[in-house]
Each structure stands twice: as C-alpha cells, then as structure tokens.
Ligand binder design. Structure first.
Ligand SMILES: O=P(O)(O)OC[C@@H](O)[C@@H](O)c1c[nH]c2ccccc12
Length: 276
C-alpha cells in the first residue's frame, strides 16, 4: 500500500529532476561551495542556557492535512517577525505541490534574517543537500522514515561535510534507534505520522525517554496554543517546531515570544524535577 509520504516523494523527485536538468549536480556543487558559510544551528537550538525552550518557526502556506493555511505573500517579512519574537531558527518549506513552498522562499528568508534557516523538504537525493547549501540553508531535514540506513548515514555525513546541521526526524522507537545509530546530533519527534497524517500529541511524551541524551531534542507539529508548548517542554523538549499556529496567529512576533516564555517556565520546572 502506498502512503501519503510515498506519494509526496514521487512529486518531489519529479520536481527535482526538472531542476537538475536546468542546473546539473556538478554545477550545484560549485554553487554550494561558493555560498557563505553555514551558521551553527546546533548551538542556536541548544540555546544560551539549558533552561531555554527554543522555537523553530515555520514558513508554511499549505499542508496536505489542512490545505491552505496562509497566503504569506512575503515570506521574508514573516521570518523577520519570527526573528523579532526570539525564534532560534526559521524553517522554510520548499516542497511545491502540497506545501506551496519554493527555493525562492528559502533564499528570500536567508537574505533577511541572521538566525539559522532550515530547508524543510523531503530529502531523498544528495542533489537537494547541495541545493540547500547553495540557497543558504544552515540546516536540512532528514526524515528517517523516508531513508534506508545507508542513505541516512551518507546524507548526514554530506550535510556535515558542507558545514550544515541536520534535523533528523523520527516518529517511532525504531526510527529513534536508527537516528542514534547514525550519530544524529539534532533529533526531532514529529507527532504527525507522515504516512497517514494523523497527529497524536502524546507521541512526544511516549518517545521522549528514548531520545539520545547528548542530542538536541525537538518536538515537531501539533502546537495549537501555549498549552501544547508547556506539555512538550515539561516532557523534556529543548526546542519545538511550529508552523500552523504561527502562520495563522496574525501576531507572529508576540506568539513566538509567548511560546518561548511559556516553554522556558515549563522547561525550568522539568529540570528542577530532574534534580530533585
Ligand atoms: O504546522 P504544525 O503542526 O505546527 O507542524 C510544523 C512542522 O512540524 C510540520 O510542518 C512538519 C514536520 N515534519 C515535516 C516533514 C515534512 C513536511 C512538514 C513537516
């Protein structure tokens, strides 16, 4: 049976093949080599102190589960508003068909903000990693469910060779094991199952104890209000990845601020609890 993830990847490959025909791999490698150095996303996501709850704020127009979310005529303006609210990084969806994103969005955001930028896409070919770097990304997404072990390792190594970091996304205990085995330094739990698009916020809590202690741990998806932020932080998340709630808030700066403050309070309690 084919899953939603499989269907998305078919389109991602077709779109990439078109871009590759325009700019072949060797040329993209050249562009990547000449891009300004990547920022340290690992440090940004760790935060200035251990009790911060960092917010990766997403530029997301549309999604396969919810359809149109927000027009976002100027992604750089939105990203600047997130940065002003204290976002640790900006996630830019570059998938075109279901999420209505683009590499032009990534480039525009990169040119505006001074915090790390994540290229959020379905990485299935090394070409996309060079492309991410060429367009100024500091961080790429590697979805464990979409990659075999050998490919995951190869992509993670290439990402690091290019000076970038990888957000390694998991959804099950097995995927967390696989993320650990390749030495992922930033591990996310997506509470949305990409094969069915079902969201279950309790997934973070269920899986948090399996996450590697030396990695930065991120709760992804399903934040609708400060309540979910507090829940994730109280179960040990060091950072959260939020799209929908921010693009629909109408007050992106204030909402990022609120999530950071709420998250930091909850994380503080979580850490106190650990010590006692
Ligand atoms: O809009 P939300 O529920 O806040 O979710 C954001 C982000 O986690 C989600 O966009 C996402 C997480 N992993 C992905 C992989 C591909 C596409 C999208 C995603």
């Amino acid at each position: 049976m084919t899953t939603v993830l499989d269907d998305i990847i078919v389109g991602v490959r077709q779109d990439m093949d078109e871009r590759k025909a325009q700019v072949p791999l060797e040329e993209m490698k050249e562009k990547a080599a000449h891009a300004p150095a990547a920022l340290d996303a690992l440090a940004a996501l760790r935060g200035a102190s251990e009790d911060t709850l960092e917010v990766i704020s997403e530029v997301k127009r549309s999604s396969p589960s919810k359809g149109a979310l927000s027009d976002i005529p100027d992604p750089a303006d939105l990203a600047a508003a997130y940065e002003a609210g204290g976002a640790a990084a900006i996630s830019v969806l570059t998938e075109q068909r279901r999420f209505k994103g683009s590499l032009a969005d990534l480039k525009a955001v990169r040119e505006r903000v001074s915090i790390p930028v994540l290229r959020k896409d379905f990485t299935v070919d090394e070409y996309q990693i060079y492309e991410a770097r060429a367009y100024g990304a500091d961080l790429v997404l590697l979805i464990v469910a979409a990659l075999d072990d050998e490919t995951l390792q190869r992509f993670l190594d290439l990402t690091h060779e290019l000076g970038m970091s990888a957000l390694v996304e998991t959804h099950t205990p097995e995927e967390i094991e696989r993320a650990k085995a390749v030495g992922a330094r930033i591990v996310g739990v997506n509470v949305r199952n990409l094969k069915t698009l079902e969201v279950d916020n309790s997934n973070f809590e269920k899986l948090a104890h399996l996450l590697p202690e030396d990695a930065v741990t991120i709760a992804e998806s399903g934040v609708l209000s400060a309540q979910e932020v507090a829940d994730y932080a109280s179960h040990g998340a060091q950072a959260i990845l939020v799209g929908e709630a921010l693009v629909q808030s109408g007050e992106p700066t204030e909402t990022v601020q609120l999530f950071r403050e709420t998250g930091q309070r909850a994380r503080h309690e979580f850490l106190n609890h650990l010590k006692n």
